[in-house]
Design a protein around this ligand. Structure first.
Ligand SMILES: C[S@@+](CC[C@H](N)C(=O)[O-])C[C@H]1O[C@@H](n2cnc3c(N)ncnc32)[C@H](O)[C@@H]1O
Length: 461
């Protein structure tokens, strides 16, 4: 590498210096110049800038900006003369190793350096091949360069660990290939996510995108019907070993993927309800559809469906407050699938009309029953409503309330309860942190969901 031409800095007018053409393309972060401005105004430029003999800046772009701004007459500059374009960009990057860089700046550094290191890796490979051929012909092999990987060299030049660079590259490739949302990168660059966490999220989005793609292909195929794959449980306890969210994975938007736990029931649970109480071509209505798992499963079982939610999480879910009852465009239903927030444990939105924000358990119970009563009106004769409730005990004033029991008793006043199905969620479906918290506090989490199937009183069946 080149040595500085003059060890002692020289003084040059700042206007005579040119920023390096690649500097702005690499270092896009919005580091504020304010602090530097203040210190240069008080103490002058203590650390000399570095420039080539043709006055192209290699280090000190922020200092130069401030110097121009303060209209300084001269700035101290050390000269260095790179022998090649490769050495020049290497120096530009090397002078920035101490800088606090964003992931995108590191990515840009790698992009600028990569062609040189790739060429060197190709040279090493060719050399290896020649040595191999020579050895096969009994000739002595010249001393080979030690085997090094391009990514190791790039990481060393940038001044970070190889794994960190590999992850930063993968994150950017995913965003560019649109297999992960831009938001992850924004949060990473703003320092709200670590590289590790951003990478984990990107990988998760990519896995889900692959699954979504294969589900979409399955749905497009004319002979795919999810009902054929169901292991129908002929009991009034439906036990599923895993959450099985393939269908909401094809429906949901990325926000939901990232938030993780959200509250969609397992696809098999919905499929069982549809298999027992509807037939192909029937209309399913979901007044509190969230990310639309019910409609997705219905479509995969050749039923028709319409979905509403106060805060829709899939583009086919229409915005509507369930408390107002069915909107005029809601078609007559063979099945209304009601999956309200299970009380006040998980807040779905900040909207005051959101049931998960009710002021008390009593208010929540009243709202669920009111919604059930209003949506009964769209059910065709012979049709049903199913209501899914988490069977939890909650404090209600000075008493404990069994939510499922209370809802069941209320539903009895609206129609005839035809079935009460118990659905124990597998322990693996629970967040380990919640389970640990429950063990510590001697609190019992409820594994049971209860599904009530109700036939309206004026139905002929
Ligand atoms: C248990 S989640 C439903 C999950 C849904 N089955 C799915 O597959 O994603 C309860 C839903 O009720 C919605 N919700 C709460 N209050 C509402 C209201 N007043 N009107 C309509 N939807 C409401 C929430 O936004 C949330 O999406």
């Amino acid at each position: 590498m080149s040595e500085p031409l003059d060890t002692a800095p020289i003084l040059l007018p700042p206007t005579s210096l040119t920023p390096h053409p690649q500097n702005d393309a690499i270092y896009v972060g919005s580091t504020s110049d304010l602090d530097l401005h203040e210190s240069i105004r008080r103490e002058g430029i203590l650390e000399p800038l570095v420039a080539t003999s043709s006055n192209v800046l290699l280090s000190g772009h922020r200092r130069l900006r401030v110097a121009l701004d303060l209209e300084l007459e001269t700035v101290p500059v050390r000269r260095i003369d790179p022998k090649s374009a490769e050495e020049e960009v290497n120096l530009l990057v090397a002078f920035n190793t101490q800088r606090k860089k964003t992931a995108t700046e590191i990515y840009h550094e790698a992009l600028v350096l990569k062609p040189y290191y790739a060429a060197r890796a190709a040279e090493r490979q060719a050399e290896g091949r020649r040595a191999g051929a020579a050895a096969r012909h009994g000739k002595s092999t010249p001393d080979l360069q030690p085997r090094r990987r391009m990514i190791d060299e790039l990481a060393a030049a940038i001044g970070i660990k190889r794994e960190m660079l590999r992850r930063i590259l993968r994150i950017h490739e995913a965003i560019e290939g649109q297999t992960a949302p831009q938001r992850i990168l924004d949060e990473l660059n703003e320092g709200r996510l670590s590289v590790h966490e951003a990478y984990r999220r990107v990988r998760r989005c990519q896995r889900l995108a692959r699954r979504r793609e294969s589900m979409e292909r399955a749905l497009e195929s004319t002979d795919f019907n999810y009902e054929d794959q169901l292991d129908i449980q002929p009991f009034d306890v439906w036990e599923f070993r895993r959450r099985d969210n393939d269908f909401h994975d094809i429906a949901m938007d990325e926000d939901v993927i990232i938030e993780g736990s959200y509250g969609s029931p397992p696809a098999q649970l919905i499929a069982h309800a549809l298999a027992y109480w509807t037939k192909p071509g029937d209309m399913v209505v979901d007044p509190m559809a969230g990310r639309g798992q019910v409609e997705s499963v219905a479509r995969a079982m050749r039923r028709r469906a319409v979905s509403f939610d106060l805060v829709p999480r899939a583009d086919f879910v229409a915005e509507h407050d369930a408390m107002k009852g069915p909107p005029p465009e809601c078609p007559p239903a063979d099945l209304v699938f009601l999956d309200p927030p299970y009380g006040l444990t998980h807040e779905y939105s900040k909207d005051p009309r959101d049931l998960s924000r009710c002021v008390s358990e009593d208010a929540w119970l009243g709202a669920v029953l009111d919604i059930a009563r209003r949506w009964m009106t769209v059910i065709k004769p012979g049709g049903r409503m199913v209501v899914l409730i988490g069977s939890e005990y909650r404090r209600n004033g000075d008493q404990m309330m069994d939510r499922a029991w209370a809802v069941g008793r209320g539903l009895e006043t609206l129609g005839r309860i035809e079935r009460r199905i118990q659905v124990p969620y597998a322990t693996s479906m629970f967040d380990p942190r919640r389970t640990a918290h429950a063990i510590e506090n001697r609190w019992m989490l409820s594994r049971i969901r209860e599904l009530f199937a109700i036939v309206s009183r004026d139905s002929s069946s």
